[in-house]
Design a protein around this ligand. Structure first.
Ligand code: ADP
Length: 601
């Protein structure tokens, strides 16, 4: 599959057409210092733009140039790097009007990046009108940050009002290189504690545990943390107010100062290119030396802090321009970290030359407990591979069956012992009607259930008997009865509240067993294979009502050879969505495992 990736910054543009099978670029376009610069590089050759120097026009020109270069190759979709996905996106998404609107709404949080990303999306839609566009968010990988890492210690009303929290960036790169490290070490990423140092013009360090980002040095904006090319990284917030007062600066002036006039460029006084700074330091320039010292000291400090957060480190990896190419910087950063089990091999470090053929180099001493790796990042490839997944899912969705939806009214599953008490010893339930799931039936028998506040009469029993008593109610029932039922998968009853059951022959006080059933899809293993999902996956299901298309998120997959394809939602959900039994849904996306979801529920 050929995928076009679009990385559209505020003054630069990178377009790559990637063959996802060979993982190589077949067409590459680069434009910098836009909109002033007319020279554009296409496959290493210069192309000159002669039109009006307006950003959207230049974008269209570049996309048309790539289209022409493709000749008879057909691209299947377009992957866009989108810097800020806010709280909303934890994975790449197909761009529709709603997604584009959300990216626009997030401009406040990424005023330089999101407008440029949107221009890229609009231009691509115009030049390639019939192709799917996929947004891959820099923030998405960090959606798993725990609250303690995500929140700033500021007034809660203000943080809520403006969504002030740590979002983190470079997520596509951190995720890609972390997986590369695990593959290289032939380990499951879930068993590794990884510190990923992305050191380019922008720089950040990310702590990755169980394959998930749990700390990252970039925060709400792209300014916090490490020393960067032109950005300061961490400063005492008091400096901001001090400068506003002393220099009489507006907030724009402060922002320009911290974003564009600080970091390596600010400290060295001659630009942000680490190669030049290293050269000058070697020539004895004190400013360059100090810039390098502050840069590496800050990173060493963060490594220590993040090692503490994960209670240890298994892999320390360096990536992006500086991380991939500078043995000097890697050496300075690792010096003194032996106490953490971080021991660099000087020779391997110096001789590591990453290339198309060598994208990971092990530079750790053989006695180093921590594996130290230099890894080539490839954000364009990562974007293309993510886009490919979405496109394949979309194509699959178009040719696989729709999922019938059934509304599940309140009901009870009982054990042998409970039936004995409620209906008499060895009483056999009688079948009222079969249910859609093979072997299951609604019984003629009902019971009354009594909560703290009210009772509900004639609640249907579903057969056959089960090893645990389970009462499945809706949210409305929960309030009416006065019980505090959690949303759970069937059979997961630990810590659930109890209730009283009254039958014709006796009463049973259940200690636990009342749940609101997590919406779920029953699947036969053959369905699961067709949909490409497995037991306990979490998916979204879209119900394609023409007037009101609707998406059910967080639907859990349950696979058994006793099941028939059907999605179950409860009465409340059916009523709220105006859905009746018999309607159909379409499986939209599949990502998380149920343990991840448990946090969100
Ligand atoms: P971005 O993609 O964030 O613009 P890159 O990942 O291309 O940045 O990294 C750019 C940085 O990498 C620059 O500071 C550049 O000087 C540095 N860099 C590239 N090659 C080397 C090298 N051989 N030694 C030291 N720094 C290098």
């Amino acid at each position: 599959m050929y995928i076009l990736t679009v990385n559209c910054g505020s003054s630069s543009l990178k377009l790559d057409v990637i063959d996802t099978q060979t993982q190589q670029s077949v067409t590459e376009l680069k434009a910098e210092r836009l909109p002033e610069e007319r020279d554009i590089t296409l496959n290493g050759k210069t192309l000159t733009y002669s039109g009006e120097l307006l950003f959207p026009y230049i974008l269209t020109f570049c996309l048309e140039a790539v289209k022409k270069d493709l000749a008879d190759k057909t691209i299947s979709g377009i992957g866009h790097r989108v810097v800020h996905g806010g709280d909303k996106y934890y994975q790449p998404v197909l761009i529709d009007e709603q997604v584009a609107k959300t990216i626009e709404d997030l401009i406040d949080l990424a005023p330089l990046h999101n407008p440029a990303n949107l221009s890229g999306i609009k231009a691509a839609q115009q030049v390639f009108p019939n192709l799917p566009n996929i947004a891959v968010f820099d923030t998405a990988f960090h959606q798993t940050l725990p609250s303690r890492a995500k929140h700033y210690a500021i007034d809660k009303e203000i943080s809520k009002k403006y969504n002030i929290k740590r979002y983190g960036f470079h997520g596509t790169s951190h995720q890609y290189v972390a997986q590369k490290a695990a593959d290289f070490l032939q380990q499951d990423i879930k068993n590794l504690r990884i510190l990923s140092c992305h050191l380019g013009n922008g720089a950040s360090i990310c702590a990755i545990e169980f394959g998930r980002s749990i700390e990252v040095s970039l925060g709400m904006t792209t300014m916090e943390g490490l020393v960067m090319g032109t950005r300061s990284g961490d400063v005492d917030p008091g400096i901001v107010t001090f400068l506003q007062q002393k220099e009489n600066w507006t907030y724009e002036q402060v922002e320009t100062f911290l974003n564009k006039k600080s970091g390596l460029a600010g400290m060295s006084g001659f630009g942000n290119d680490m190669r030049d700074i290293l050269q000058q330091a070697e020539n004895g320039n004190e400013d360059a030396r100090l810039a390098i010292q502050v840069f590496t000291h800050r990173l060493t400090k963060y490594i220590g802090a993040y090692a503490a957060v994960m209670s240890g480190v298994d892999v320390l990896l360096f990536t992006a321009g500086i991380g991939e190419n500078s043995p000097e910087i890697r050496n300075r950063v690792c010096r003194g970290l032996e106490f953490l089990g971080i021991m660099l091999d000087d020779d391997k470090n110096k001789s590591a030359k990453l290339s198309d053929e060598l994208d990971v180099a092990n530079i750790s001493d053989e006695n180093s407990r921590v594996k130290i790796l230099a890894i080539r990042t490839d954000e364009q490839l990562a974007i293309a591979l993510e886009a490919q997944k979405i496109i394949e899912e979309k194509n699959k969705v178009n040719c696989i069956p729709k999922i019938p939806i059934a509304i599940s009214a309140r009901h009870i599953h009982l054990t042998r012992e409970t039936v004995d008490v409620l209906f008499g010893k060895d009483y056999e339930l009688t079948e009222y009607k079969p249910l859609s799931q093979p072997g299951q039936y609604a019984a003629n028998e009902t019971v009354n259930i009594v909560g703290k506040k009210n009772k509900i009469e004639n609640v249907r029993i579903l057969g056959p008997l089960r090893p645990k008593d389970q009462v499945e109610i809706s949210k409305t029932d929960e309030f009416f009865l006065g019980v505090d039922a959690p949303i759970r998968e069937s059979g997961h009853l630990d810590g659930t509240p109890g209730i009283t059951l009254i039958g014709p022959k006796g009463t049973v006080i259940l200690k636990e067993g009342v749940i609101i059933a997590l919406r779920h899809i029953h699947m036969h293993p053959s369905d699961a294979e067709l949909f490409g999902v497995k037991d306990h996956d979490i998916v979204s299901v879209e119900v394609d009502d023409e007037d009101r298309p609707l998406t059910f998120k967080n639907v859990v997959i349950r696979v058994s050879d006793k099941f028939k394809l059907e999605m179950h939602i409860d009465t409340d959900e059916g009523n709220a969505a105006e859905i009746k039994s018999g309607e159909e849904g379409v499986l939209m996306s599949c990502k998380q495992s149920v343990s991840l979801l448990a946090k969100n529920v």
